[in-house]
Design a protein around this ligand. Structure first.
Ligand SMILES: [Zn+2]
Length: 192
């Protein structure tokens, strides 16, 4: 499905952090088709429901995401689980810290599943985890459509991580060490 919708692309890509890779994934290209979005969200919700500790707290559970690509995933998972609420954090500008909308407050001990379309570096998800915990919430799991780890991916330790697919692309630290650059394959810079 990811290939059919153009979400998963083969080629030669340069990420914003300088890594070169032979694969690129843009999950929103798959999420634009409602039936695909629904199938992916329901699949992810079933993985979460299979965890007895998470299943026991579903009625109280918050589904929280970094905007924007995580939003359709978060709403889909919340609907499928019948969890309590969805909300998100965002940045006013690139380089600024993430924050929640004004007047949004966590309840003491609020339990949260962090959701996104993709876990690649995990930088945003880690920032959200830190932000939520600083406000008294407890993150009980991570759920993403695709887990695409690379050499710079954050280690979330014992936190349960759920995903529908794991992609293992080839990564090169920079152009000088990239096999595709050496072969003269044209490179495409990606924005996110
Ligand atoms: Zn390259």
């Amino acid at each position: 499905m990811l290939r059919d919708t153009g979400a998963l692309r083969d080629g030669h890509f340069e990420y914003t952090n300088g890594l070169h890779s032979n694969e690129y994934l843009q999950v929103p290209l798959a999420m634009r088709y409602y039936q695909h979005a629904r199938m992916l969200s329901v699949g992810l919700s079933r993985l979460l429901r299979d965890n007895p500790e998470i299943r026991a707290i579903i009625p109280e559970l918050s589904i929280v995401t970094p905007a924007n690509a995580g939003l359709p995933v978060a709403y889909g998972v919340c609907e499928a689980l019948r969890a309590r609420q969805v909300y998100w954090a965002e940045r006013d500008e690139s380089g600024q810290p993430m924050r929640f909308r004004q007047f949004l407050e966590q309840q003491p001990g609020e339990q949260v599943v962090l959701v996104d379309d993709l876990l690649r570096t995990g930088r945003n998800l880690r920032e959200m985890q830190t932000l939520l915990e600083s406000r008294g919430a407890r993150v009980v799991g991570l759920a993403v459509i695709v887990y695409q780890p690379n050499p710079r991916t954050v280690d979330f330790g014992e936190l349960p991580l759920y995903y529908l697919a794991r992609l293992n692309a080839s990564y090169y630290a920079d152009a000088a060490r990239c096999d595709l650059c050496k072969q003269g394959v044209p490179v495409q810079k990606v924005r996110v």
